[in-house]
Design a protein. Structure first.
Length: 272
């Protein structure tokens, strides 16, 4: 049987048993994820789709694991399921990982030319494309997908999405720049070449106001919140509707990287 068939068989049994054969199947899935041969989500044309069998395999790790000690005794004691080991890299992987305390789970793919500046946390099922940079204090959550030549600056969190299994994870497409202290949660797609300014927060329930194209972007039942390609997004605010003297933070698109006008030009025109 193929790896996919083996995982489907274990998952559909309803009561996955902790047997040597089943544990080996999980190890085989993590190795396929490490090599980038299996992915939680993949792009087809303009759309992305979830590989449901991979998601099922990741969920099985939580059902079949048993707690074990993974650190020294005393105040530094640490415990984790044995199905979630830390990934071990070799020099030939050509991933730059300076010393300082990174935490990268087995089953997370980081392509050649990638850089992880400590401390970085990358969870199982995550995919980081070639030449991408994860700066210090960056978290890449479970199943998140990051493209090639992406820069994720310090203090940014890209959340994980595991349930429901058919929901798209957070997706950062190629050549995106994410400035410091940003947050991306609940299944958001950031288009190719977009720029998120410092402190920008995106989540599945957010509305994004496009001041250039005079549009509002939000998620639907069929599609995730999607930031257009080359958009430049910064934190903004809008008043609440009940008359209270309160503003709510919202992301605002103030320009496009492929437009000759600059974000400063747009802001100057808006502010008079």
């Amino acid at each position: 049987m193929t790896l996919q068939e083996r995982i489907e068989q274990i998952f559909e049994s309803g009561r996955p048993m902790r047997t040597p054969q089943n544990l080996q199947t999980l190890a085989d899935l993590r190795e396929a994820l490490n090599r980038g041969e299996a992915r939680v989500a993949e792009r087809g044309g303009d759309d992305w789709h979830v590989n449901l069998w991979v998601r099922k395999g990741i969920l099985l790790h939580a059902h079949m694991g048993v707690m074990e000690s993974v650190g020294p005794e005393g105040r530094s004691a640490a415990f984790e399921l044995d199905t979630f080991p830390v990934r071990k890299f070799e020099k030939q992987d050509l991933v730059r990982i300076p010393p300082g305390g990174n935490w990268i789970r087995d089953g997370a793919f980081i392509a050649q030319g990638g850089t992880c500046m400590p401390p970085v946390a990358v969870n199982v099922g995550a995919y980081v494309g070639a030449g991408s940079l994860l700066d210090c204090h960056v978290m890449v959550g479970i199943c998140a997908q990051i493209g090639e030549r992406v820069k994720v600056s310090a203090g940014t969190q890209i959340g994980g999405v595991i349930d429901p299994a058919d929901r798209l994870p957070n997706i950062i497409e190629d050549q995106v720049t994410i400035c410091g202290n940003c947050g991306i949660f609940d299944g958001v797609r950031v288009g190719t070449g977009a720029v998120l300014g410092p402190g920008t927060m995106l989540h599945g329930g957010a509305r994004v106001y496009d001041l250039v194209r005079q549009k509002v972007y939000r998620a639907t039942k069929e599609t995730p919140l999607t930031i257009p390609a080359h958009a430049i997004v910064v934190p903004g605010a809008r008043p609440v509707n009940n008359g209270a003297d309160v503003m709510i933070q919202v992301p605002v698109i103030v320009g496009y990287g492929d437009d000759p006008s600059t974000p400063d030009d747009v802001l100057e025109a808006l502010l008079g």
